[in-house]
Design a binder for this molecule. Structure first.
Ligand code: ATP
Length: 201
């Protein structure tokens, strides 16, 4: 497996904007969020396990996972939340490893909203955090998702604190400016990671 750079950051910090730029530079980007959704697609064993545990009401009429219903079920029930995490975490780890094993050399990016919280940072050779002022996170996310500032603040509070994330970082990109500035910061990191990864092989 090649050199892996974990890319994390709070909601609306600019992880996707940054990882899109890495992708444009030819770097394979594995997205933990997408991996976790792929796992529970119709017909996958994890979805069968979830249906067995929660009952058929957890499925939509089309037989897909009803995410809103699942969120409801685990929101007020820590034991159910734990059950689900015990099922999914190892599977997400396997899915990520499978995708990373097929990545382009010499390095790849693992982007995850829960990089620090989930322990995924520990399997990375380097941790890059995209950091933005809370006011930027709020305004970007409310515009993008049509959420209220209160909803976004709730998510920010449920995530690792800025201090915790920064303490786990080897590298930090401040994303309070324009997209062009973000791209040029990513380009600089890319040069650095190419050097590191090539030294590592
Ligand atoms: P989430 O955790 O919610 O998936 P994220 O960290 O992936 O968020 P992005 O989706 O990359 O964040 O960015 C949030 C929104 O802000 C997007 O609409 C993105 O295009 C925009 N954005 C990101 N960085 C900048 C910037 N420097 N200037 C202007 N807009 C930006």
């Amino acid at each position: 497996m090649s050199f892996v750079v974990g890319l994390g950051g709070g909601i609306g910090s600019g992880k996707t904007a940054a990882s899109d730029r890495f992708e444009a530079l030819g770097v394979t980007v594995v997205d933990a969020d997408i991996a976790s959704r792929t796992l529970v697609e119709k017909g996958r064993p994890a979805l069968q396990n979830i249906t067995k545990h929660f009952g058929k009401k957890i499925l939509t009429d089309e037989g897909e996972l009803d995410r809103a219903e699942l969120r409801q079920r685990i929101f007020t029930n820590p034991e159910e939340k734990q059950w689900l995490e015990n099922l999914l975490h190892p599977l997400i780890g396997e899915e990520i490893n499978r995708e990373l094993a097929n990545a382009n050399p010499p390095y790849s990016i693992l982007v995850s909203p829960l990089l620090v919280e989930s322990g995924q940072a520990q399997r990375c050779d380097r941790v890059l955090i995209i950091d933005a002022e809370e006011s930027e996170q709020l305004s970007r996310t409310t515009v993008r998702d049509n959420n209220t500032p209160e909803q976004v603040m709730g998510i920010i509070k449920s995530q690792a604190s800025r201090e915790t994330r920064l303490a786990a970082a080897d590298d930090v990109i401040l994303n309070n400016g324009t997209l062009e500035e973000l791209h040029s910061a990513v380009d600089q990191q890319h040069t650095l990671y190419l050097e590191m990864a090539l030294k590592n092989t």
